[in-house]
Design a protein around this ligand. Structure first.
Ligand SMILES: [Zn+2]
Ligand SMILES: [Zn+2]
Length: 342
């Protein structure tokens, strides 16, 4: 089968590899679509997962496809079923799982290798984080279950409430999903912040009332101005840089919440004012990944079109063109998500 292999920074090759063997409890899926993601782009450009994954490695984690082989001992799923799974499966036994923090599982099973013709779903993932895709939902849409699950988890942690003013720093795929969720959760006003005009226009199309181009305007002053001098009720950082993590703290109102959502490079530290936390009663929260429940909810939201993710898929390309796809994503900001079709 064909699979994209990452050899190093910006060294991505489509190669012929063996179709994986299916062991007891596992499921082999023919990938029908895999969507590009900011995390993949970071790995492609910075290669920062070196310690987690040894190179060369398979790549990609947002996918959907058709079950073609079912391992021994499984009553579900059936061959031919349209399905998506992962990209994680908690153990349900460790201290974190016992506390219900499944997203922080100490023995998480992760699954990479979406940019390939076939993918093997590990046994534990079949049990706890694999879902059937309804007929009317396209494979591309279903692939977006993973990022939507993470954003949904973040929005729950941030406690977005009816009528709130929400400032979202970053209008990439994750920031835009935050716009969609914030609107559905009843935000009164969503302010989308980015450096790229095209992306801000996109955020407007998806429902943001206000946009700020932080390259042209002072984002702190502008958010204050838009909120009567007080700051936003909830601020969501969806970029993953220390500067924007700190800026998020500067545009929240007293008693408000900052959700630091974007993952920064390892060992990054930021400065936080004690006055802000003490006199300002600001809550600062982090959110990482999602639980199997969030994945289920996310697919249901996509299927019911409560959250319509279709506009985010701005391009389709062949698996063979994957390097080109990532070059496009690193050099232009005009595409949001590219669906790679094997
Ligand atoms: Zn992703
Ligand atoms: Zn666990």
């Amino acid at each position: 089968m064909k699979a994209a292999m990452l050899y190093g920074i910006k060294d991505l090759r489509v190669e012929e590899v063996e179709v994986p063997e299916v062991e007891a409890g596992e499921v082999l899926v023919k990938v029908k679509a895999a969507t590009t993601c900011g995390t993949d782009l970071k790995i492609f450009r910075r290669g920062y997962v070196e310690k987690v994954i040894s190179l060369p490695t398979v790549f990609g984690h947002e996918w959907a496809g058709e079950v073609v082989e079912v391992g021994e001992g499984l009553e579900w799923p059936e061959k031919g079923m349209r399905a998506r799974a992962g990209n994680s499966a908690p153990c349900l036994h460790c201290a974190m799982c016992q506390k219900g923090k499944y997203n922080l599982c100490e023995n998480m099973v992760w699954l990479w290798g979406a940019y390939a013709e076939y993918i093997t779903v590990p046994a534990r993932m079949v049990l706890v984080n694999m879902q059937e895709i309804p007929q009317h939902v396209s494979y591309e849409e279903a692939a977006i279950t993973e990022p939507l699950a993470c954003v949904l988890h973040g929005a729950e942690e941030a406690g977005v409430k009816l009528g709130d003013t929400i400032a979202i720093i970053g209008a990439g795929p994750i920031g835009l999903l935050h716009v969609l969720i914030a609107k559905k959760k009843g935000a009164g006003e969503v302010i989308s912040i980015d450096l790229v005009e095209e992306r801000l226009n996109f955020a407007k199309k998806l429902g943001a009332e206000e946009t700020i181009n932080a390259g042209k305007e002072n984002l702190v002053e502008k958010v204050k101005q838009l909120t009567g001098g007080y700051g936003a009720d909830v601020v969501i950082e969806a970029i993953g840089l220390p500067e924007t993590w700190e800026q998020a703290l500067k545009v929240v109102r007293k008693g408000g919440t900052v959700l630091e959502f974007g993952g920064c490079p390892p060992r990054t530290e930021i400065k936080v004012s004690t006055e802000l936390l003490h006199y300002g009663e600001v809550t600062v929260r982090g959110a990482f990944h999602a639980t199997p429940l969030h994945f289920r909810k996310a697919l249901n939201l996509i299927a019911s079109r409560t959250i319509d993710v279709r506009p985010l898929i701005t391009k389709k390309m062949r698996l063979e063109e994957i390097k080109e796809a990532f070059e496009i994503l690193s050099t232009t900001k005009s595409e949001i998500k590219i669906a790679m079709i094997p």
